[in-house]
Ligand binder design. Sequence first.
Ligand code: SF4
Length: 427
Amino acid sequence: MNFERIKEKLNILADAAKYDVSCSSSGSKRANKDKGLGDSSGMGICHTYTEDGRCVSLLKILLTNHCIFDCAYCVTRKSNDIKRAAFKVQEVVDLTINFYRRNYIEGLFLSSGIFKNADYTMERLVAVAKKLRLEENFNGYIHLKSIPGASDELMREAGLYADRLSVNIEIPSVKGLKLLAPDKNRADFIKPMEKVKNEIIQYKAEKKIIKNTPIYAPAGQSTQMIIGATNETDAEIMYTSASFYKNFNLKRVYYSGYVPISYDSRLPSIGTEVPMMRENRLYQTDWLLRFYGFDIRELLNKDTPNLDMDIDPKLSWALRNLNLFPIDINKADKHMLARIPGLGMKSVNKIINARRFRKLNWEHLKAIGAAVNRAKYFMTCDSRVFETRDLTAAQIKGLILSNSSSKYRKTLNNQLNLFDTVKPLSV
Ligand code: SF4
């Protein structure tokens, strides 16, 4: 093995992979078997951060950064004058095993540019996972990117060896995709998602009858959208997300603020700020949809096509719907409690438990850990009359902003890291 050349390839192909943020390993239950290497069931992949705050899971690489396509938003596009490299299948296998043995990584995140065609590339990605599982008895986490347009047979095989599969939708709208990647077709993204969803359902059904049926893609599938390369509204982005969650049982949609990388009149110019706060607000909205019982139409609609950047989406919704407040936390159901700004789902559950034994007052709420400073404008409890209930939405917003930490201010921290964007809301 030529170590210098491998090192060079690693530099090129790990750097090219950093733009893909969909590297969470949550949800897999693959246990160590036959005294093999690794175990993704406990805590999944280790994460680290690149300088620009993006989440990087080791080993996170491209198989190659050669590509036959020329997507304007992608650093790997064929017209970009960059150093190119490609790993052989065995090289990726060896690197994974060696890094794993040295405790550098707990899994592999493998994506690729497209050389020759979708199947030719997908075949190699699958070969890496297959070798790791069957020849190296590797039980660590494997996340494979699915190549749009790959055949059903390869997609089926991929899910037998990988924990998670993902197809990046890249641009949220069909018109945006046409503008920046005219050679690509939205249908080519949808087909593998549909296939993966169906295989997961089918394998689960078969497992109920035949116990030793393998679990297909145990950590499910995810996708990623680039935000800010095209001019979609937040509503367009989140309606796309909501439909993907619903139609393809996605585990996660990742939102990646566009990093200007090329001089192209179709794209934001180089030097334009990466929309990190917008990315954060989209993650918060996503969280409200998945865990707080909100419907997308409540948060974004014709009247509200974009999210507020200075306040989080739950507070923004509450201020637009002040007629529903204040909510009596000793009587309200879980659905309404979850809508009070300042209460996360943990606090909501604690309130429901605690109020079985006593009527709750402000002191109880503080002890529970609720953010009373924000919640107090939207709730009543077993205490004196809600003293500020005649405030207007603008007044409440002003008071909250003036009393809150930099999290709510416009002076945003460019170093905001990805983990801030995926934490549960405690708003
Ligand atoms: S097909 Fe993928 S790797 Fe190739 S240019 Fe487009 S986005 Fe980049």
